[in-house]
Design a protein. Sequence first.
Lengths: 193, 80
Amino acid sequence: MASLTHASSHGHAEATWRPQANRLGLWLFILSETFLFGAFISSRFVAGTDHPEELNQPLALGLTLLLLVSSISAYLGEQAIAHDDRRGFVIGLSATMLLGLAFTVGVGFEFAEAAQHFPTSTVYGSNFVMLIGLHAFHVVTGLGALGVVLNLGRTGHFGSEDHWKVEAAVKYWHFVDLAWVVIYPSLYLMGRN
Amino acid sequence: MAELTRTLEDRQALAAHHRKMMVRGGVAALLLAVLSVAEYAVTQAVEVATWYLVPFMILKGAVILQVFMHVSDVWKGGEH
């Protein structure tokens, strides 16, 4: 009986600290990713701030809007499952994944244009491909994480009491958006043509 | 009956909180859209806009960090 009480108390204690520990771990991971992006972004400014005039500004602005809207749909999906609205969760995360896929296709076009106008043998070209490539890799892994939680959510997992995995995947997606908020002006808007 | 009433109250509270969070998300979305358009407008108006863009990056980053990522929960220890 005593051991049962101890086990129950241990289970309660774990249920209390586990989400906090998970959350702290995720934030430390995001912090380490911030350093990685920081290093790549700072390398872009080593050879000055100017950017080539051949950059496809409308495409970049469109990609920025796609990613911002995807962050909003991810937020709505997360809030939906946190309030037991499974239909809202599926719609929110499906929209996020579609927008993320559209972003990835757009990045493919960007790469094709970059190869023509500023090859990787130039300083700007190599920084452009490294930074956009690093970010695109994070978009693809974020899509994978969202796909996993969307599939689990569709089959009845998660609810208002337990949606940590959704929170983690969505936070990671917001981080990808946050990185783009810095990358976009750094590559496309800062400096002169 | 009391159990049923409590469940109903819980559901109403949950729905009210959901509405509040949706409004919060909508306001953040609007703010991000305005900041993005203003950021682009500044680059068109100013010849070399490098330093003018930094406040936009900080503001947009702060909105995403606080509204979407709930960064203050890290030091407040709360749950969103």
